[in-house]
Ligand binder design. Sequence first.
Ligand SMILES: [Zn+2]
Length: 342
Amino acid sequence: MKKTDSVKAFHLRFGSHQLVEPFKQFIEKVLAPKGINQLIIECNTSFVFEKHPEITEGTLTKQDAREIADVCKRHGIRVIPLFQCLGHQGWGGAPNSLLKAYPEFDETPHIPLDAKWPDFFCRSWCPLHPEINALAFDLLGEIIDAFDADAMHVGMDEVYALADDQCPRCKGKERGELFAKAINDLHGYLVKERGVQMYMWADRLNDSEATGYNRWEGDTFGTHKAISAIPTDIVLMDWHYDPLDSYPSIGIFLEKGFSVIPSCWYKTEAAVDFLKESKRQAVETSEPDRLLGMAVTSWNGWNQEAFEKFIHLTSSSFTREEELGELDELYRTLDVITKELS
Ligand SMILES: [Zn+2]
C-alpha cells in the first residue's frame, strides 16, 4: 500500500432530504479534516428516481445528490453511491419498494411477508428474470448521473436467497454461476457501458471452508465459486468487524488480481488488527499496491443528533483503551484508522 495515496473511505446509509444540511456539515467538519478521500453513500431505494418513481421510498433528490457531490469535490473526496443489487431487497419476508412494484422479480415469492430470521434472511431479485437488468441499469444510471459519480458500489453482501427450488428460471442452477452472471451483467453496464469503476462487498466470494470464516463473512452455499468468473477490475470491499485469528481473504483476493479495501466497523481494536494483518499479507504478495487502504463502515441510523455529536468530538475526546458506546467508538475508530493510513 502506498502511504501517500491510501484510500481512506467512510460508508454510511443516507437517503434523507431533511438531513442534507447536517450531512454536508459532517462532511466538511469531520470527514474532510480527518482526511477521508472516498465516501460511500448507501442510498438504495431512498433516492427519488425520476424515471421510476414507483421505486422511491425515501426523500433524497437529484439536487441533494448534486449538492453533496459538490461539497465532496471541494474537499477532494470521491463519492461512491451504493445501491443494493440482487440481495437485500427488503428485510426478513418484507419486500422493499422494488419488489413491491415488481413482484415478478422476486426470487422467493412463496416466502411469507412476515418471515423472520432464522427462517428467512431477506429477499433477492431473480438474476435470470429477462427484465430485471433493464430496471436495475435505469436505477444505477440515474444515481450515477445525480452524483456525477465515476464509481458505483453494487452491494451484494449476504445474498442467501439464490437458485431457489421454486424459481422456474433458477431451480437446479449452480449458485456460483448465478452469482457470477449477476456480477458480470452489472459490470457490463457500469464498467463497459458507463465507464465507471465497480465496487462490491466481498463476503459472498469468501469460501468459508478455506478461510475459516462464519456464514456471514464467508459463503457456505457455493457463491464463492464466482470468484474465478468475474473481472478483476472490480474493487472488493472485504468486511470483518470482530477480531479474528487471521483474515486470509485479503491475500487470496490480492493473489487473484483484485484490488481490495478491507472494511471495519466501529470496534477500534478489531479495525487496527485487521488493517495491520492486511498490510502484512499485502507485503507477502507480489502486488502490495492493490491493497488500496481501508474503509470505516457505519450501520447506525444517522440523524441530526448523531451528525452534531461527531462535529463536536475531537481526537483527544477518548483514550485508546476506554470502553465506549457504539457511536463514540465509531468516532475513535475513524480517528485512529485515518491516522494509521496517513
Ligand atoms: Zn430466479
